[in-house]
Write a protein that binds this ligand. Structure first.
Ligand code: UDP
Length: 259
């Protein structure tokens, strides 16, 4: 295959030029980072699982009318996406206290929240992605009032939908992070969901055992990272049933199906 032009390399993904103008190819790596990239590692097979999980979730979200950048999955590690202008804000949605919220306010992890919290973080690695309010976002022009409203609205819709989806497979959606992008149509722009939705950017706890099925396994040195991601994929119906599905099995299964 001809060498494609690399547009951007992030911590867990690479973006390449797409086959048509306005498209990109999003490649999922096995690299994992935590604590603002102070901790680095590889989770063998993670990229394959995240590509598949994110494809599934974005397709379901599109089905309920949430606009996303996802076009189609191309192969085990790549998907075709729409090129967007990334809004430099990470939108975090929380249903249960965990992670930075627990640390910052001294509230025990696992405490259910009486109402969903939406938080914003400014995407800047050098600054460690500081938390900001809508006032900062508007003041510094990172997004307009209308865009902010659209992002918050979509974040709540995504949360409602995903909370139900995961509850149906015995998983509690504790919190997650979303990123949005702008697409232009002449002088008008609109906001669509971008990036990925996978156990890298969500906290997913087994409803019965409380077991963590997400990147906290890596952050907190719990081990069993790939098995946890596989378990999420398996419960979502994305892995062949029966066999103890290693990622290799998954690769073989897809190759046989020619996808
Ligand atoms: N999150 C993420 N990327 C970030 C920061 C957070 O995907 O750069 C996700 C994280 O996986 C969790 C949620 O957002 O599901 C809330 O994370 P938190 O603020 O607790 O930060 P943490 O202490 O986990 O870095």
């Amino acid at each position: 295959m001809a060498r494609r032009r690399q547009i951007y390399e992030g911590k867990a993904k690479i973006l390449y030029e797409g086959p048509e103008p306005g498209t990109l190819i999003q490649y999922f790596k096995d690299d994992a980072t935590a604590f603002n990239a102070q901790k680095k590692g590889t989770i063998s097979g993670k990229g394959v699982l995240n590509n598949r999980i994110s494809e599934h979730v974005f397709t379901l979200l599109q089905g309920i009318g949430v606009p996303t950048h996802f076009i189609r999955r191309l192969n085990m590690r790549e998907q075709l996406i729409r090129q967007v202008e990334i809004v430099p804000i990470e939108v975090v949605v929380r249903n249960v206290v965990a992670g930075s919220l627990s640390k910052r306010l001294g509230i025990e992890e696992g405490t259910p929240l009486p109402r969903t919290i939406v938080e914003y973080y400014f995407k800047d690695d050098a600054l460690g992605d500081p938390m900001v309010t809508d006032e900062h976002i508007l003041c510094f022009g990172w997004a307009s009032q209308e865009e902010l409203h659209d992002m918050a609205d979509m974040a709540i819709r995504v949360n409602d939908f995903l909370s139900g989806l995961f509850a149906g497979i015995g998983i509690r959606l504790v919190d997650f992070k979303l990123e949005f992008g702008r697409i232009w149509d002449n002088e008008y722009s609109r906001i669509i969901l971008a990036d990925e939705i996978s156990p890298d950017g969500c906290r997913l706890w087994d409803m019965v055992s409380g077991e963590k099925l997400d990147k906290d396994r890596f952050r907190r040195d719990l081990g069993g990272e790939v098995e946890a991601y596989q378990e999420v994929a398996r419960r979502l119906g994305l892995l062949p049933e029966g066999a103890d599905s290693t990622v290799l099995d998954l690769e073989k299964h897809r190759q046989r199906k020619g996808s």
